[in-house]
Design a protein around this ligand. Structure first.
Ligand SMILES: *Cc1c(COP(=O)(O)O)cnc(C)c1O
Length: 312
């Protein structure tokens, strides 16, 4: 099996690392840098390039006729898969959670998927929840009418995705003390942590409520590397009520960060990450002299995402 990521996507790698002057860090002797993964590719939002790269290589190497994956109505992963399919000339199928959506006009995120050629299938929520069950998956595949597609799980976090994200850690070797990232499935954190050098640590900020992510990240690392790494932790205090939920405080923080640094702050993931790091710095959690890197997984140009207030 080929493990060479498709260079025809022309990713900008390594992604740029930018220093930021911010008094809320500087006055504690902490250096903040931004790892601009949002600049890797114009059409594959954020960290999704890293997660898809080895999967795309595997799908093409094994001659699968299509990519099939799963997501909610505002999934960045669905959009990234659709864009990759268009750029590489591979048909894509998106299984979307919620059969009621079939009756409605497509939201901007799903409209982008179909504009990129993705065929959408809407399935009811209870079937969607069972999609990991082999019989349910087989039934879903039959309804799409495509034989033998390459199946990528919801959120894109399989072992090849985690493996792909080790490059993010490797790019940060010798460049930072703490590398922090917002977590949905935790696949990015799982790979990032494994790619860092032994003297570096990773910090994950879950954007979903529930506190279920720790065991899932350990399981992803076990499946990918044979054992979990012990160099990461999660801070569960900054989800602001759950996926795509926000608070007036978070909105004010993100608006102010944009004014200070001219960075359009994506609100579903990146705002919570930057808010968390600022709070931790002000709490004095980072010893003076620490360099903290925020992985900027997207900028605020993703259609529809910010307006979404549905919980996952
Ligand atoms: C998907 C996504 C994440 C989270 O990635 P996981 O690997 O699912 O934890 C973070 N930021 C943005 C912008 C994303 O789209």
């Amino acid at each position: 099996m080929s493990t060479t990521p498709p260079t025809s996507l022309h990713p900008r790698l390594p992604s740029p690392l930018q220093a930021v002057e911010d008094s809320r860090f500087n006055r504690h002797g902490v250096h903040l840098t931004l790892k601009r993964d949002d600049l890797i590719h114009p059409d594959l939002p954020g960290n999704k390039y890293r997660k898809l790269a080895l999967n795309l290589a595997a799908a093409t190497a094994a001659d699968h006729p299509a990519l099939l994956t799963f997501g909610g109505a505002y999934s960045n992963h669905l959009r990234a898969t659709a864009a990759a399919g268009r750029l590489l000339g591979i048909p894509t199928i998106g299984i979307v959670r919620g059969d009621e959506l079939a009756e409605r006009p497509l939201n901007p995120s799903l409209a982008r998927c179909t504009a990129d050629g993705m065929r959408l299938h809407f399935i009811d929520r209870s079937t969607y929840r069972q999609k990991a069950d082999p019989d349910t998956l087989a039934a879903i595949l039959r309804t799409t009418g495509t034989e033998n597609p390459y199946v990528i799980p919801e959120g894109g976090s399989n072992s090849l995705a985690v493996q792909g994200c080790t490059a993010l850690g490797e790019e940060l070797r010798g460049r930072t003390d703490v590398a922090a990232v917002a977590c949905g499935t935790g696949g990015t954190l799982a790979g990032l942590a494994a790619g860092l050098a032994p003297d570096q640590r990773a910090l994950g900020i879950p954007v979903l409520k529930g506190g279920f992510l720790g065991p899932e990240i350990r399981a992803l690392q076990e499946r990918t590397f044979g054992a979990p790494t012990s160099n990461w932790q999660l801070d569960d205090r900054f989800h602001c009520g759950g996926y795509a939920r926000t608070t007036p405080e978070l909105t004010a923080f993100a608006d102010d960060f944009e004014d200070r640094h001219g960075l359009p702050v994506e609100r579903v993931y990146v705002a919570k990450l930057l808010y968390a790091l600022t709070a931790l710095s002000e709490e004095g959690v980072f010893p003076p002299g620490t360099t903290v890197t925020a992985v900027i997984t997207a900028t605020d140009k993703t259609p529809g995402e910010a307006q979404s207030s549905t919980s996952r």
